[in-house]
Design a protein around this ligand. Structure first.
Ligand code: GDP
Ligand code: MN
Length: 357
């Protein structure tokens, strides 16, 4: 579960990490209750990154500007997420910006604390040698000798508090980007926190944050279909999370990019497949890659559902199908001529990638 910036900052306060003075506002009237002297910084609250670049942060000098900024921000959609809350804060006079985060590094069986002097930008764009990496043994926790590698004692103290928060709240990620120096004080100007969903049951104290969904994702959820919209052009329909993920990886290998994926899971109802396929059509992919391994979900069940849509309303984009398993011959027979069938997973992924560029 992701927390909003303002919720993350509430947690920081509880752990004695300084944050700017701020107040969340949902209605224009609420601005009148903000008892912070101008200038303000007004920050759209969304669960996706890159908000600053998308225009979701505004600096204002007076109430007139604040009201204008309020309406601009409230009307915004950032990567498909509507802005419903704005965090109003004292604008800081920032003299330095750093990056600090703690994540769970599964491959190293450790926590990883990262620190960089180049804050305020995506950590992915910072050269690797400019990032200090400290691996923390989860059984013994962060050690003082490790903290001494950090820039100064002030930051070491913050790292220690952040680690405490990370552990106690069962986080997958805590990130402060930027951690700033303003008026000689080190403060968290932003927050990003992800809580391990598997541990939520023991954190009654945390706010419940509903994930944001696109309209199609919401429609899919109502119909009980696992459907996720990503950035690319290829619509992937597969059955089972494992095969779906492997399919996205295979596309990636051939330069394709999965745009939407839909996991049929275990269904034996052609009507359900039909609904799923209709949803996929609405997402407007350049190509649909149907990758099936029939078992509980029989290949011919899926083929019937797909064929029903194709017969009734047709489709504008090509459909590449790789069909294996239970009743594959029947499925191939049903779909003959209607879709491009390719028996090899890799050949099919390659073809779909080419068509999806
Ligand atoms: P993000 O783009 O969603 O990560 O939003 P951030 O909260 O990290 O803000 C982006 C950038 O805006 C920061 O790196 C700062 O440079 C700037 N910024 C944010 N708050 C303030 C502030 O109070 N004062 C000033 N001068 N700059 C700010
Ligand atoms: Mn940030």
């Amino acid at each position: 579960m992701k927390l909003y910036e303002y919720q993350g900052k509430e947690l920081f306060k509880q752990y004695d990490i300084s944050v700017p003075d701020g107040k969340v506002v949902e209605e224009e009237n609420g601005l009148e209750d903000v008892k912070i002297p101008f200038p303000w910084v007004m920050k759209a609250q969304v669960l996706v990154g890159g908000r600053g670049k998308a225009g979701g942060i505004k600096f204002v000098e007076n109430m007139h500007e604040a009201k204008k900024a309020f309406h601009e921000l409230m009307g915004m959609e950032i990567k498909g997420n509507k802005v419903k809350k704005i965090l109003v804060e004292e604008a800081l006079e920032i003299t330095e910006e750093y990056y600090i985060s703690i994540i769970l590094d599964r491959s190293k069986r450790s926590y990883l604390l990262m620190f960089s002097q180049e804050g305020g930008v995506d950590i992915e764009s910072v050269a690797d040698e400019k990032i200090l990496k400290i691996y923390v043994n989860p059984l013994i926790g962060i050690q003082d000798y490790q903290l001494r590698k950090l820039k100064n004692r002030e930051i070491a103290k913050i790292a220690k508090k952040l680690y405490k928060l990370f552990k106690e709240k069962d986080c997958e990620l805590v990130e402060i980007n930027p951690l700033v120096v303003a008026n000689g004080k080190v403060m968290a100007a932003d927050s990003k926190i992800i809580i391990d969903d598997g541990a939520l049951y023991r954190h009654e104290e945390l706010p419940k944050v509903e994930e944001e969904f696109t309209e199609l994702e919401r429609e899919a959820r109502e119909k009980g279909i696992a459907f996720v919209q990503l950035g690319g052009n290829i619509g992937v329909i597969a059955n089972g999370a494992g095969l779906t993920m492997a399919t996205l990886d295979a596309l990636n290998e051939y330069g394709g990019k999965g745009g939407v994926f839909l996991d049929l899971g275990g269904t034996d109802d052609p009507e359900k497949v039909k609904q799923a396929f209709e949803l996929m059509k609405k997402a407007n992919p350049k190509v649909i890659f149907l990758n099936l391994f029939g078992g509980i979900t029989k290949c011919d069940t899926v083929a019937k559902g797909v064929k029903a849509v194709l017969d009734k309303e047709g489709i504008e984009c090509p459909v590449v199908a790789r069909i294996k398993g239970m009743n594959e011959e029947e499925a191939m027979e049903i779909l003959k001529g209607a879709v491009i069938t390719i028996p090899s997973f890799h050949e099919a992924a390659k073809k779909a990638s080419e068509l999806g560029v």
